[in-house]
Design a protein around this ligand. Sequence first.
Ligand SMILES: C[S@@+](CC[C@H](N)C(=O)[O-])C[C@H]1O[C@@H](n2cnc3c(N)ncnc32)[C@H](O)[C@@H]1O
Length: 271
Amino acid sequence: MDIRGETRRAPYAALPEARPDDGPEGRAYTVSAEFYDLLHARSYHRHAQALAGPAAAARVGIVEVGAGTGLVTDVLIGASCVPVHAVEPAAAMRAVLLSRLHPPAGAFVGDRVTVHSCSAVELSLSGQADLAVCLRMASCLPPHERRALWHSLADLLVPAGLLFLDRPPARLPVRPTRRSLGEVRLGMDTYRGQVTARAEHDRIRCDYAYLVCRQGRVLRRAQETFLLWPLTRQALGAELADAGLVLEGGLPPDLVRVRRAIAPGLPHRPA
Ligand SMILES: C[S@@+](CC[C@H](N)C(=O)[O-])C[C@H]1O[C@@H](n2cnc3c(N)ncnc32)[C@H](O)[C@@H]1O
C-alpha cells in the first residue's frame, strides 16, 4: 500500500464522523442488501429501462435518491453524458452500489458519478439537476419526511426539470397478501424470497423473508421488515404542488412524471 500521499491530507481523526451509518437509515437493508440484486433485479429492470430516454436527454445533471445497489444508476450512467449523483444512506446497499460502480476487474464506469452517503434531505445540490429519479423510496418515508423530500427534490432541480417516481401504494391492504420474489439458482444453492404485506395502523408492514437451500435442505433463513405509507394520487399531487412540483401524466409501467414549476405559482405547461 502506498501511503506517501496521505501526509498532505488531514489525519483521519480530524475528519467528520460518518454519521449517517449510525442512524436507522444507515443501518437499514443489512439483511436485504445481500439478496437485493439476486431477487429484485429482474422486476426492476423495466423501470430502469424506461428512464434511459430521459437520462439521454439530460443536459445539466442527474440525481438519483435512494439509489440502493445501483440497478437503476447503471442505466442512468450508461444512457447519459452529464454528472450523476447517487444518494444512498444505507451502508449495506452502498457497499453493493460502490462495487457496481467500480468493479475491481474491467473498466471504471463511474468517472461521472458521485455517491452521497446521506439522506435526500441532507443533500446540498441546489439547481444541479434537470433529471431526478426516486424509485421505491418515497413511500418508505413517514409523511413529514416525505413532504420534506419533495422540497429537497424541488431544490436540486432546475426550473422545468423532471422527476420520475414509482407510483406509491394508494391504500392499505384489506387483508395480508403474500408475493413470491422468485427463485435463483447459484451453483448448488437456490435463493428464494417472499414478501408479506399487511396493514399496521396507517402503514403497510412488509415482511421480507429469504431462504437459501441446498439439495432440498434449508441452509439459512433471513428476514427484514420495512414500512410503507400509502398515498392517493390526489394527495401526492397536492404534496408535490406544495413544493412547487407539478404532477404530469402517468407513464407506463407504474411510473409518475413530475416537473418542477418554472417559478413558484407558475406551473410549467408543456407545449
Ligand atoms: C427499496 S430500496 C430502492 C433502491 C433503488 N431505488 C431501486 O429501485 O432498486 C430504497 C432505498 O432508499 C434508501 N433510502 C431510504 N430513506 C432514504 C432517504 N431519506 N434518502 C435517500 N435514500 C433513502 C434506502 O437506503 C434504500 O436503499
